[in-house]
Design a binder for this molecule. Structure first.
Ligand code: PCA
Length: 301
């Protein structure tokens, strides 16, 4: 049988390539009893529709930036708390601490967690030099989840929610003139065509999660489930490795295309750290005991 897999990011992105490898692993491991066909670039469902499509069974499997759904449950935003886990190693620790709860929340939504892969650390893109939070005031800021919208608010910017697939166009037309993301998405979007500065602030490493519709999953026989789970574990580990390997190269590509790539000034860094404190408090309050358990477990390791 065939499972169509909607994905939001371009076919050339490592998340999409990793999913293609996952699909091949499943085909090989099941003697083609289960064929997963990836549909990158939002071609089957736009990013914002993928999770609902899989929950309702319109698609049996899909990939989604999970923090984009933090408005449904604060736990989905655990990977986007500014300056909590800013390296690949810490992101891995945090995710391990969060994973059991994450799986439980997804299960309540008729979803089976398969694997998750981080994006490189998030930094700011602008079309001017920015040396403090004050310099951000009034800028049109592309947001991709609740945390990025909150940063816009704290910085006095104007948030506009845009999927990565529409980002280049939004920048070209001036609908957005700045955003926070990885070097990966900056390169995918050829951001140098519209913007000039990248500040590598390493705010957090958000994740794409791959999940299956629970009814579709339950219909698989045990051997198939086992094959899919094995391939999923591999895809999670391989995807994280790939992300880390590619990180420095993305920033080089930005620079070689004329972007000014640097760390934040001391003032900008201090201003952002304050945003981080505020947002950490807000998240802990929203996420309650479960959130505190996860953050405590992460910090204890
Ligand atoms: N790229 C995705 C999410 C985080 C990232 O690095 C995006 O900007 O949509």
């Amino acid at each position: 049988q065939k499972w169509d897999m909607p994905m939001a990011y371009p076919a050339t992105n490592y998340h999409s390539q990793n999913a293609a490898t996952f699909a091949k692993c499943v085909a090989d491991g099941t003697a083609s009893k289960l064929n997963i066909v990836t549909h990158p670039g939002g071609s089957l469902f736009g990013g914002n529709d993928i999770k609902r499509a899989v929950q309702t069974g319109q698609a049996p499997i899909g990939e989604r930036l999970i923090s984009a759904h933090a408005n449904e449950n604060p736990l989905f935003g655990v990977d986007s708390i500014p300056f909590l886990a800013t390296s690949f190693a810490d992101s891995d620790k945090l995710w391990k601490a969060a994973r059991p709860k994450m799986e439980a929340v997804l299960a309540k939504q008729n979803l089976v967690y398969l694997y998750a892969v981080p994006w490189p650390p998030q930094g700011f893109y602008f079309k001017k030099e920015v040396n403090s939070a004050a310099d951000m005031k009034g800028i049109k800021f592309r947001a991709y989840n609740a945390a990025t919208a909150r940063i816009a608010a704290l910085g006095g910017m104007v948030p506009v929610q845009i999927e990565a697939a529409e980002l280049s166009q939004a920048l070209a037309t001036g609908v957005a003139e700045s955003f926070i993301s990885s070097g990966s998405t900056g390169v995918d979007s050829k951001v140098w065509e519209s913007l000039t500065h990248f500040y590598d602030v390493q705010a957090w490493l958000p994740r794409n999660v791959v999940f299956a519709n629970k009814d579709a999953w339950d219909k698989l026989d045990d051997a198939t489930k086992k094959a899919v789970s094995g391939c999923a574990d591999k895809a999670g580990a391989e995807g994280a490795k790939k992300a880390e390997e590619l990180t420095a190269g993305y920033l080089k590509t930005l620079a070689s295309n004329g972007m000014k790539v640097s760390g934040p000034s001391a003032q900008f860094k201090a201003d952002l750290a304050k945003f981080g404190e505020t947002m950490t408090e807000e998240w802990l309050k929203a996420a309650g005991a479960d959130g505190k358990t996860i953050v405590d477990a992460f910090k204890a390791k």
